[in-house]
Ligand binder design. Structure first.
Ligand code: B12
Length: 182
C-alpha cells in the first residue's frame, strides 16, 4: 500500500479527473483492489487475545481503501480488529462502542470534506464511551485525535505502541485518551 499502490491509485484518480480514464475503468480498478484487500483482511486472522480495535468510516465517507488497508495492518500486528465499513451513522458508532466496549475506535476520514462528520463521531464517542480511546485517520481527521505517521504502516505501528500502554481515563474534554498532539 505505502510503497506503490497509493501512488498508483492517485494517478488513476488524476486520469479520471482529466478525462483520460472512463468511470468504468476507474471503478474496475478500485473494485479489484477492494477484493484483494478484503481477502488480505480475512487472511490476516483475528486475534482473540489482542487489544480490540473497532474501525470504520465517518458518515458519508465511502473511500474505504486506506481504512481497510489500515485495519489489515492492525490485524497483522496481532490486534483484534472489527471492521465496520464505510458511511457509518453517528448513532451506530455510539451503539457499537457500547456493545463491543473496544479498547479503541478509529474513525476513517479519507477526504477533507469528511472532517465535520468525523468530528461529530469523535465527539459523540468521547461523550458516550469514556472507556474507549478514540482516534481519527486521513485528511479529515479531527485535530488532537489524528493517528500519527507519514504512512499507513507508521500509523499502525504508532497505534500498536499506544495500545500497549495503559489507558488514561478520557474526560471527554479532548484530553486524556492518547492521540497525536493530545
Ligand atoms: C478509488 C477511488 C474511488 C472509489 C472508492 C472505492 C472504495 N471502495 O474505496 C469510488 C469509485 C467509489 C470513488 C468515488 C468517488 N470519488 Co474517488 N477516488 C478514488 C481514488 C482513485 C483512489 C482513492 C484511494 O483509495 N487511494 C488509496 C488510498 C490508500 O490513499 P488515500 O485515500 O489518499 O489515503 C491516504 C491518506 O489520505 C491516508 N488516509 C486516508 N484515509 C485514512 C484512514 C485512516 C484510518 C488512516 C490511518 C489514514 C488514512 O492514508 C493513505 C495513505 O497515505 C482517488 C484518487 C486519489 N488521489 O486518491 C479518487 C478521489 C479521492 N475521488 C474523488 C471523487 C471526486 C470521487 C467522487 C465524488 C466521484 C463522483 N463524482 O462520484 C465519488 C465520491 C463518493 C463519495 N460519496 O465519497 C476525488 C476527490 C477530490 C477531493 N479533493 O475531494 C479524487 C481525489 C479523484 C480526483 N483526482 O479528483 N472514488
Amino acid at each position: 500500500m505505502d510503497e506503490w499502490l497509493t501512488g498508483a491509485l492517485d494517478s488513476i484518480g488524476q486520469g479520471w479527473a482529466a478525462g483520460r480514464l472512463d468511470v468504468a475503468q476507474e471503478h474496475f480498478i478500485s473494485a479489484g483492489v477492494m477484493r484483494r484487500l478484503a481477502a488480505a483482511f480475512d487472511a490476516a486472522g483475528n486475534s482473540r487475545a489482542g487489544r480490540h480495535v473497532v474501525i470504520g468510516l465517518a458518515p458519508g465517507a465511502t473511500h474505504e481503501i486506506a481504512t481497510l488497508a489500515f485495519a489489515t495492518m492492525l490485524r497483522r500486528r496481532g490486534l483484534r480488529v472489527t471492521y465496520l465499513g464505510p458511511d457509518l451513522p453517528v448513532t451506530s458508532w455510539v451503539r457499537a462502542a457500547g456493545e463491543a466496549r473496544p479498547e479503541a475506535m478509529v474513525v476513517g476520514a479519507p477526504r477533507v470534506a469528511d472532517a465535520d462528520a468525523a468530528q461529530e463521531v469523535v465527539h459523540a464517542l468521547l461523550e458516550a464511551a469514556p472507556h474507549t480511546r478514540v482516534y481519527a485517520g486521513g485528511p479529515g481527521a479531527t485535530p488532537g485525535r489524528e493517528l500519527t505517521g507519514t504512512t499507513l504502516a507508521a500509523s499502525a505501528d504508532w497505534l500498536e505502541d499506544a495500545l500497549s500502554v495503559p489507558a488514561v481515563r478520557d474526560t471527554g474534554s479532548g484530553r486524556g485518551s492518547r492521540a497525536v498532539g493530545a
